[in-house]
Design a protein around this ligand. Structure first.
Ligand SMILES: Cc1cc2nc3c(=O)[nH]c(=O)nc-3n(C[C@H](O)[C@H](O)[C@H](O)COP(=O)(O)O)c2cc1C
Length: 240
């Protein structure tokens, strides 16, 4: 209990930059206001649960590194690195990507209603980074990197030959959310480098060692260790 009190006392000091009995209450808002009540409720919650509130933020960890291919208005192949995206639906198979309207790729997504998602391996982190720090408005990213854009078979968008996985997608929905437009793409084909297909014809994530992104640390990360079997390890609490 003593430990709990000293921990929560430290939390309060950290949250307010002051201790609980000092002038901090003024900074949290005058007594009786909504702001004061919310701050007091947050502190009460933290004391009760040992949780620290970080406020409202869109954080999930890890994020995939998605390199999204499109053709721009001049017909030039372009690709952009996106970490805000993921699986959206199993049937029909669909993925989501969130793109700021200022990106050169945004115009192409709206116009062509097509894109590819290319998943880089950990060895390809520098390519993925480059695609995320320069704009196709200013440079030809494929020419600069020497990577190969291949015309999609099912959609009007290029995929990246050298990346292990390529998804061909048709935009089915788009939604303005605020800073980003959320595009939903129905996956009409998935291609995988044959190197990563095992003797049973199954694609192996492990062999491809796909890159992921840590938004908090602004780091690229490698896949981690296997910790348990999914749909299985949690069975211990199911009725027998
Ligand atoms: C790791 C990483 C993740 C990124 N994620 C996103 C994202 O989810 N959405 C977005 O709009 N921009 C994102 N960006 C920024 C774009 O990739 C960047 O602005 C790019 O230069 C735009 O290229 P374009 O103008 O050719 O479309 C990310 C950049 C990096 C390096």
């Amino acid at each position: 209990m003593a430990l709990l009190h000293s921990f929560t006392g430290h939390l309060c000091a950290t949250i307010d930059g002051n201790n609980r009995n000092g002038n901090a209450a003024n900074r949290r808002g005058p007594r009786g206001t909504d702001r004061h009540d919310r701050a007091a409720a947050t502190i009460a919650n933290e004391e009760a649960t040992m949780k620290k509130s970080l406020g409202a933020e869109s954080i999930i960890f890890p994020n995939p590194v998605l390199v999204v291919g499109t053709y721009d208005i001049t017909g030039k192949a372009n690709a952009v690195t996106l970490a805000w995206g993921g699986i959206a639906c199993s049937n029909p198979p669909a993925v989501s990507i969130a793109v700021r309207p200022s990106r050169h790729s945004h115009e192409a997504l709206v116009r062509t209603k097509a894109f590819t998602v290319n998943l880089p391996s950990v060895e390809q982190a520098a390519y993925a980074d480059y695609f995320g720090i320069v704009s196709g408005r200013d440079v030809d990213k494929f020419r600069a990197t020497g990577l190969t854009p291949v015309r999609g078979e099912r959609v009007d968008a290029p995929y990246i030959e050298e990346f292990p996985y390529n998804l061909e997608c048709k935009v089915t929905h788009s939604l303005e959310l605020g800073t980003h437009t959320l595009f939903i793409g129905e996956v009409v084909d998935v291609k995988i480098d044959q190197t990563y297909v095992d003797e049973n014809g199954k694609a192996s994530w492990e062999a491809a060692r796909l890159l992921s992104f840590d938004s908090r640390g602004r780091l690229y990360r490698a896949p981690g260790e296997v910790v348990a079997d999914a749909y299985s390890v949690g069975r211990r609490w199911m009725a027998r």
